[in-house]
Design a protein around this ligand. Structure first.
Ligand code: MN
Length: 252
């Protein structure tokens, strides 16, 4: 089995190196990841400049580009063989609720959804004072991969996995969850450059709004690994009849 690893924190990030070490006994693992931290890159493709790839060591490639560039390239021409699945992470920080919209970690997994096996996006819920237990994330990845091989799931499925940042023994278990929602983000932070011109920093994500039972937020707060099955279908099917009648007679 051939597994492609990517992330949005860059090819030298602790999370992806731990992931590689944990999965290497189970599969042939290749890393194709951005040259630097591209968190928040979402599903962006670089279309205005060519993509350059470097191989600093065998089986490790970095791309001057986004997470989506990396996986797109890796499954559409960089190699003369096919990978069976993409695993993205382990992200340094949670990807819960609306974070998924901006996440490069999730985007890398999404880009691999047409390969032979479901994709995994893994995030460790690190905070300023938490322990950075990437080894817990790596063990979770391994357990999920083993389960997937034992009991296959449908192919184009994307599993968004968040792991509490605690020692593995303190994890309570696994929960299937839905995405919660956050409140509107905090205001941007205005500052000045050395020449007195205004510059802005995008502020932190908003606090949890829907973090009730069944959500990813709730599972993490209770010490469980949260596993959310994602789908890529932006159509709001329930609104179709209302929009059809709203459009009625518009072009007489
Ligand atoms: Mn990241």
């Amino acid at each position: 089995m051939k597994i492609l690893l990517s992330n949005d924190d860059g090819y030298r990030a602790e999370g992806i190196l731990r992931l590689r070490a944990a999965l290497a006994p189970l599969a042939e693992v290749t890393i194709v990841a951005p040259d630097r931290n591209r968190s928040g890159a979402s599903n962006s493709l670089t279309l205005d400049v060519p993509l350059r790839v470097f191989e600093p060591e065998p089986g490790v490639y970095y791309v001057i580009g986004t997470p989506t560039d990396c996986v797109h390239l890796a499954i559409s021409g960089l190699f003369d063989f096919e990978h069976d699945m993409v695993i993205s992470g382990i992200n340094d920080g949670p990807n819960l609720g609306d974070d998924v919209l901006y996440s490069g970690t999730v985007a890398a997994a999404v880009e691999g959804r047409f390969l032979g096996l479901p994709t995994l996006a893994l995030s460790l819920c690190t905070e300023a004072q938490s322990g950075r237990h990437f080894e817990s994330g790596a063990r979770v990845a391994r357990l999920l991969l083993e389960r997937l091989l034992e009991r296959p799931l449908e192919r184009a499925l994307i599993l968004n996995v968040n792991v509490p940042d605690v020692p593995f023994e303190q994890i309570e278990g696994f929960r299937a969850t839905r995405l919660g929602f956050r409140h509107r983000s905090e205001q941007v932070i205005r500052a000045q450059d050395p020449r007195g011109r205004p510059v802005y920093w995008v502020g932190p994500a908003g606090p949890q709004q829907d973090a009730g039972p069944g959500t990813d937020f709730d599972a993490i707060a209770a010490g469980y690994v949260s596993v959310t099955p994602l789908q890529i279908d932006f159509t709001r099917h329930a609104a179709l009849p209302a929009i059809a009648s709203w459009l009625d007679g518009l072009h007489e």
